[in-house]
Design a binder for this molecule. Sequence first.
Ligand SMILES: *Cc1c(COP(=O)(O)O)cnc(C)c1O
Ligand SMILES: [Zn+2]
Length: 389
Amino acid sequence: MNVHKSFLTHLYCPECQQEFDARQIQTFCHECNSPLLAQYDFEKAKEHLNPQIVQSRLSGMWRWAELLPVHDPKYRFSLGEGDAPTLQANRLGEVLGLSSLYVKDESFNPTGTFKDRGLAMAVSKAAELGITSFVMPTAGNAGGALAAYAARAGLEANIFMPKDAPLVNRAEIQITGANLQLVDGLITDAGKQAAREAQKQGWFSISTLKEPYRLEGKKTLGLELAEFFGWELPDVVIYPTGGGTGLIGMWKAFAELETMGWIGPKRPRMVSVQASGCAPIVRAIEENASRIRFWDDAHTIAAGLRVPAVFADRLILRTLRESHGTAVSVTDQEIQSAQKQLARLEGIFAAPEGAATLAGLESLLKKDWIAPNEKVVLFNTGTGLKYVS
Ligand SMILES: *Cc1c(COP(=O)(O)O)cnc(C)c1O
Ligand SMILES: [Zn+2]
């Protein structure tokens, strides 16, 4: 059994730096309307953890327990999430003229997407803090993951999802006995309804970055990436961005690893890929803005990217700029053709969101933004099987 301690110390707001007590239930900084970030005692963590120890443990996200927020092992709920493979994509690389192309294939997670990392962590920490019922607006996959982990922990989930979300998401939510409300409109409309009900019923909102711990689960993407590449990060990471949890989480992981002396200062250039039918982050990067504006009439086949208002916009935009990265948008048609290419050349049936990273890569290669010998990682965030209806 995993008896390792957590070295979580407190939470803080990255905008006003105010500290928050992590022994109590926290949400976000209401003064700044900003997510809260978890802080750890890295000096102490280092006394208990080194790369060899992490590598000697059973596979999965909880290998990194010292750097994760749950103290009591009995609340570390798991369905086997994490440690999804990083696959070298040689045939695809050859076609694109890249010598070191990789796909981090998150379709291996229990509910078929990387949402499991965040929800496993948030549900576990919430259970440790005594929360018993959750509410969440979702484009689909996060709802499926919440439903699974709430069932695993024996807790109640109330999920608000657009009517036109993939059918598989309905099925996976309903089979767990979670309460599912179908909403006319987008995830932002689902969010409004969820917030109203949450207040009335006293449910805890586990909406993207409105609580601090989904981010800590997604952080493990960055920890695994550093480990896979021998503690020397790749040159470019291409990530399909909706709410941005994975992007911000990886960036946080890299900073923490450097603080512990496990990696040096080198960082990948971080790239956000969005769908041209909903690209508020791309627009903000092009406009050199520090906040995003609401994207009207959001539409794309990549349901996870249909996020017209992004709560953590400041953190996402800062990450992209600090890393000397960028943001690109791709059309649904480009996503579909990339999906075929990935399947035909590598046997990977990617979610449209994951395929969007390949379409984004192709557009960056046309602009000579990436050199042929650079190490490039595409994030396939989920399995294409979830979108078949
Ligand atoms: C949610 C989701 C995304 C977007 O992730 P964020 O962390 O919200 O940016 C990408 N791909 C898939 C398959 C998703 O479910
Ligand atoms: Zn603040």
